[in-house]
Design a protein. Structure first.
Length: 219
């Protein structure tokens, strides 16, 4: 949360100043991976009622913390399930490696086609983006498992195909639309979001591994 506050949140606030046109609502919401973004919708200026959104400052920071805790809990449970399915001893160090794998599956692979976006960025239809994101994450997860655990070249080749296939099909992007956010700001946000995500996953994996080791020792 502190990393978000000093890296990505200032960029989100700056991007909001570039948005122009009709009325728009902003709401804090957890996105895929482990970051907080602003979900925004454009509408008529005289639309009745506006969606609630946290105010800048302590309130926004609090909801960022809450969203990060929810995301961390969910992904932590996924890591625990993976530990149980794998069945091998896990400690803090190996947990960090699991966390890095989680980062590759849930953030890095999808970001290769759909990088983290700022408010005001041009984007394709939400449903198409969500479907592609799920395909990219599922392909990366299954493909990475086959690459690491698969036996023989056939299994590893299948894993590579699963990882690459969603990107060969291509992520959905808007046609002929230009966002209000400067490209330099968007690129900086994408890079910082991935960097913060990598730290998040490494810490989460290490903590999950340490807790798992403790639980196994006490069992």
């Amino acid at each position: 949360t502190v990393l978000h506050r000093v890296t990505t949140v200032p960029l989100i606030l700056e991007a909001e100043t570039y948005e122009t046109g009709g009325g728009h609502d902003h709401a804090a919401a957890p996105a895929h991976g482990a970051r907080l973004v602003l979900v925004h919708s454009h509408g008529d200026a005289d639309a009745a009622g506006e969606a609630w959104a946290p105010a800048d400052g302590i309130e926004r920071l609090g909801f960022t913390l809450l969203a990060n805790l929810v995301v961390a809990t969910g992904f932590g449970l996924l890591l625990a399930a993976a530990f149980a399915l794998r069945g091998t001893p896990v400690n803090l160090r190996s947990g960090v490696l699991w966390g890095i794998a989680g980062f590759a599956v849930f953030q890095l692979a999808p970001a290769a086609g759909l990088p983290p976006e700022l408010p005001g960025s041009a984007a394709a239809e939400l449903g198409a983006r969500q479907l592609w994101w799920l395909a990219a994450a599922a392909g990366a997860g299954a493909g990475l498992a086959l690459l690491v655990l698969g036996k023989g070249l056939a299994g590893q080749a299948a894993g590579l195909v699963l990882i690459v296939l969603p990107h060969v099909v291509g992520a959905p992007h808007p046609h002929g639309e230009v966002g209000a956010v400067p490209p330099e700001l968007a690129a900086q946000y994408a890079a910082l979001s991935l960097a913060v995500g990598a730290v998040f996953w490494a810490v989460l994996g290490g903590l999950a591994g340490a807790v798992w080791q403790r639980l196994e020792r006490d069992a």
